[in-house]
Design a protein. Structure first.
Length: 82
């Protein structure tokens, strides 16, 4: 395959040790997750334990819920559609 993309419900902090192993062993190019109701994009930050593999939390969630109050002007990531 040209790309190795891993898609799961939970972000990689849930099962960090195992995700680290899988990403390294299989050369995962992109990690996509949900669960949290805010959009997150992690790439080369020091706290991204999967780097250089980026991981995204899509933030779309199911239904109208979020981790915080959405901005009336839409200047937030509480419903994070990528």
């Amino acid at each position: 395959a040209d790309w190795q993309v891993l898609v799961t419900h939970f972000p990689p902090e849930h099962g960090e040790k195992e995700w680290r192993r899988l990403v390294q062993e299989y050369g995962v190019d992109l990690f996509l997750a949900g669960h949290r109701h805010q959009q997150e994009v992690h790439y080369m930050e020091d706290d991204n334990f999967l780097r250089p593999t980026p991981y995204f939390v899509t933030g779309g969630g199911g239904g109208i819920t979020s981790e915080g109050v959405p901005d009336a002007e839409g200047l937030d990531d509480m419903y994070g559609f990528m």
